[in-house]
Design a binder for this molecule. Structure first.
Ligand code: GLC
Length: 537
């Protein structure tokens, strides 16, 4: 069960921006369907689709008005059913985005909850007893809706003020604030059931699970997240009972907590303690040619999380980016990105590629905010497929595109990169092929960090083929990954057997002297102990 996760490789599709089939300037489900072969051809076998539900789009769809209806601009529920069928027909899987923390203030649940008379939705959201009461000091409540309602109370907002917080209760309720309910009070328990019903709806339609938005912040006044962990354990129990094949990946960024909470996978994120940003996005990213990066802290934390995740069977996901981060291409050039992908696609856990990162799509500078994107807007511009109008994204007049495209799409598009054997896209495809062909690279394969000094290069680790219990397989495959993104030659101090074979390389080959090994500047290699064909890109 859920074995597909062992070899899953995800592609994140932002529906607004992937492919517009009807020429209205915004992406849609049929457009996605048209491009499934592209995603499959890249080597991805699973898709995470950002919210595509009915919404006023003040936070790009993370403000849901109707959980069980596809937003008309993307199509219909029938279109979703069809898309799921087409995804499955290709042997691929689909995760939808579950937004359990808040709705739009236009959601019917909220309208009922805001009424002055008691009803089934009165406790669906977090409301104070009086409109004048404040949420000061309550963690993970960013704003509130105050006034404009018949109900005499203020409603907590999780993100933007138009996103009222659903009520999952308070782990440590303040006894003086009677509106802070326990997580097992009837109101919070009814919220759980309502979200279970949403999950049932889409799982019954055939989706394979969910990426879960802001998963770590549902129970309030929960400093160690014990209440939120217990909440998700309850959701997992529900899945085990009713949908034992369904999968959940959390936007949490702390695998030590989220995997314990029952998630099958957790993302390392641009926020939280993981030091994910040190890879590609700090002032001095490790994968920059300048060679001033440092991954020591990243790996200290990663190894701890990994040790914990192994015992519970969970997986850590390192994404190339996502719709909330500044695109990688803003800090790294295409050659640097090749080594970044050589890392992403050789690490254990489940890789996620944000649409367009595989071609090095640019962050579009200086855009006015679209649908609550603010500085994220530049990472959400439409995908570039070819050299036709709007790079094949849409037939609409370019002025009508939902977010403008960057001039760079004339060179940076799938068609151009298909025609260039040295392109980033070709490298990504080759790396994915190699990952898929080698058992040591499986998502649950072994991992040993062999070399990662303070502010030093290269980075060297070993991947191994493992048994079902995670131990190294006797006589199994062993792959050494040597990455030197810096502009200086660097010495490999880890022991790499002389009889091993290079199965992939970039830049110049390793230089061996009688007793030392060096990696030339901006070079990398995968070196295997078993025989297979060599691929260069
Ligand atoms: C998550 C989403 C982000 C959204 C926020 C509020 O972080 O990824 O896009 O704005 O939650 O729902």
């Amino acid at each position: 069960m859920r074995e597909w996760l062992d070899d899953a490789l995800f592609y994140e599709i932002y529906p607004q921006s992937f492919c517009d089939s009807d020429g209205d300037g915004i992406g849609d489900l049929r457009g996605i369907e048209e491009k499934l072969d592209y995603v499959k051809g890249l080597g991805c076998n699973a898709i995470w689709l950002n919210p595509c539900f009915d919404s006023p789009f003040l936070d790009a769809g993370y403000d849901i008005r109707d959980y069980c209806r596809i937003a008309p601009r993307y199509g219909t529920n029938e279109d979703m059913k069809h898309l799921i069928g087409e995804i499955h027909r290709r042997g691929m899987h689909l995760l939808l985005d579950l937004v359990p923390g808040h709705t739009s203030d236009e959601c019917a649940w909220f309208r009922e909850s805001a009424k002055g008379t008691r009803n089934d939705y009165t406790d669906r959201y977090i409301w104070t007893n009086k409109v004048w009461d404040s949420f000061d000091g309550v963690g993970s409540i960013m704003g509130c809706i105050r006034g404009g309602t018949q109900r005499n109370g203020a409603c907590a907002a999780n993100f933007f003020n138009s996103q009222p917080a659903l009520n999952y209760g308070f782990e440590n309720p303040d006894p003086d604030k009677t509106w802070q309910q326990r997580p097992d009070a009837p109101g919070p328990m009814a919220t759980r059931e309502a979200i279970r019903n949403v999950m049932r709806f889409w799982l019954d339609m055939g989706c394979d699970g969910f990426r879960v938005d802001m998963a770590g912040s549902l129970v309030k006044n929960d400093p160690d997240q014990a209440g939120t962990i217990a909440l998700w354990q309850d959701f997992r129990e529900f899945l085990e009972k009713e949908y034992p094949e369904a999968v959940m990946v959390s936007e949490w960024g702390q695998p030590d907590r989220s995997l314990l909470a029952g998630f099958h996978m957790d993302f390392l994120l641009h926020f939280g303690p993981s030091h994910y940003l040190d890879l590609f996005r700090t002032e001095h990213p490790y994968f920059s040619r300048e060679g001033k990066g440092d991954l020591r802290t990243f790996f200290d934390l990663y190894l701890k999380s990994r040790a914990q995740s192994l015992s519970g069977g969970g997986l850590i996901c390192i994404p190339s980016g996502n719709h909330d981060m500044i695109r990688m291409a803003r800090t790294l050039g295409p050659e640097e990105m090749k080594l970044a992908f050589a890392f992403l696609l050789s690490m254990p856990g489940v890789p996620f590629i944000y649409y367009g990162d595989e071609i090095g799509m640019h962050y579009v500078e200086d855009l006015l905010s679209v649908e609550g994107g603010y500085e994220r807007t530049g990472s959400r511009s439409p995908m570039a497929f070819d050299k036709t109008r709007n790079a094949g994204f849409s037939d609409a007049d370019p002025d009508r595109l939902y977010i403008a495209q960057d001039a760079s799409i004339r060179e940076i598009n799938v068609e151009s990169e298909d025609g260039n054997p040295q392109s980033l896209l070709q490298t990504v495809r080759a790396l994915i092929r190699i990952r898929a062909a080698h058992p040591a690279f499986r998502n649950r394969g072994g991992f040993r960090l062999l070399q990662c000094g303070d502010h030093s290069y290269p980075l060297v680790y070993e991947r191994t083929e493992v048994n079902a219990d995670g131990t190294d397989k006797a006589g199994g495959e062993q792959i050494f990954v040597v990455l030197n993104p810096s502009g200086q030659e660097a010495e490999v101090t880890a022991a790499i057997p002389g009889n091993a074979e290079t199965i992939w390389s970039y830049g110049s080959p390793l230089r061996r002297t009688a007793d030392r090994i060096f990696v030339p500047a901006a070079s990398a290699a995968y070196i295997a102990q078993t025989t297979s064909s060599t691929v260069t890109a």
